[in-house]
Design a binder for this molecule. Structure first.
Ligand SMILES: Nc1nc2c(ncn2[C@@H]2O[C@H](COP(=O)(O)OP(=O)(O)O)[C@@H](O)[C@H]2O)c(=O)[nH]1
Ligand SMILES: [Mg+2]
Length: 307
């Protein structure tokens, strides 16, 4: 005989959706759009997302657990190799694969190779191709692009053009994803929206501002470590973060003339965190030089970037 719990959950669907694709196609933007909160930081720079990040969307019929992954790219450093491994591991474990591309860009070799790699059927989960950034795309090129995708992956479940930034067609994508989810009860409490701790979110919000402020290769050689995260009464949080830079010469570039840039990074990160955590935040930032941290397995482990 069925238990009451089983009866009430028989029609409920729950599963994981891996968001896969090259850097910068809009994976994190889509996840934030669906969750309604910034759970994954977004910048115009590739390789902003370093960890596997969960965004949990729950409604009456389903719980969709989105797995935002680092973009699939080539890179020589240990950090880059770890990031790509994280993306493929997430794909293997997911119930549905959402394979994203930027349809404002011509289909480059890397994107094609990625699509072919998933289309070969080694992974048996349903695949949905997401053609993002239609708000900027040339309308005449969209149909031929969709036709090409159908040729490249005839076994895919669906091809959905969307704009993650504007929220266009995201509901259509959600309907497609929902149909691919297995029937099973929720895995997370309905009010959970991510698996990241507040500490991890604080580090990410600081890193977002560093990425937005710095140019060329510098942001890719920075990381953020939270050294202190305490409540100091009245629900106010005191957070101390260390920004690691890869070279002595990056330090003044990060701090800026008269400390102006650093101040701006601190203000922006604090404002974002106050909205997210719904409390007042006192954020203190320090800068530390740690040469080659991105090749140091011990340091990558400390930062949770060991893949
Ligand atoms: N025009 C446009 N830009 C977008 C859209 N989605 C994401 N972007 C931008 O593309 C850049 C990369 O987005 P992000 O979500 O970090 O990509 P990810 O590397 O795949 O996670 C950011 O500057 C986003 O604002 C979209 O639908 N339309
Ligand atoms: Mg991302």
């Amino acid at each position: 005989m069925k238990t009451t719990n089983e009866e009430t959950t028989t029609n409920f669907r729950c599963g994981t959706v891996a968001l896969l694709g090259r850097p910068n196609v809009g994976k994190s933007t889509l996840m934030n759009r669906i969750i309604g909160v910034k759970v994954a930081i977004v910048t115009p720079k590739p390789q902003t997302t370093r960890h596997r990040i969960l965004g949990i969307h729950t409604d009456e019929q389903s719980q969709m657990v989105f797995v935002d992954t680092p973009g699939i790219h080539k890179g020589e450093q240990q950090l880059n190799r770890n990031m790509v491994r994280v993306a493929y591991a997430a794909a293997e474990e997911a119930d549905v694969l959402a394979i994203m591309q930027d349809c404002t860009q011509p289909l480059d070799r890397g994107t094609r190779a990625l699509i072919e790699r998933f289309a070969d059927g080694r992974l048996t989960q349903p695949r949905i191709h997401v053609l993002n950034k239609i708000d900027r795309a040339n309308k005449d090129k969209l149909l031929p692009r969709l036709q090409l995708m159908q040729q490249l992956d005839a076994g895919a479940k669906a091809f959905v053009p969307i704009s993650a930034r504007k929220g266009k067609q995201v509901d259509a994508l959600m309907r497609e994803l929902m149909q691919c989810l297995p029937q099973r009860p929720a895995m997370y409490e309905p009010d959970w929206f991510t698996d990241q701790s507040q500490r991890q979110l604080a580090a990410e919000y600081v890193r977002e501002q560093v990425f937005l402020s710095m140019h060329q290769e510098i942001p890719f050689q920075t990381a953020v470590d939270i050294e202190q995260f305490v409540e100091v009464g009245d629900g106010k949080l005191e957070i101390e973060a260390v920004i690691l830079v890869g070279s002595e010469r990056h330090k003044p570039m990060l701090i800026g003339r008269g400390g102006e840039q650093m101040k701006r990074i601190g203000i922006q990160a604090r404002e974002g965190l106050e909205v997210l955590l719904d409390c007042r935040v006192n954020l203190k930032l320090w800068v530390k030089v740690d040469r080659d941290w991105f090749n140091n397995p011990g340091k990558l482990m400390d930062l949770g970037l060991n893949g």
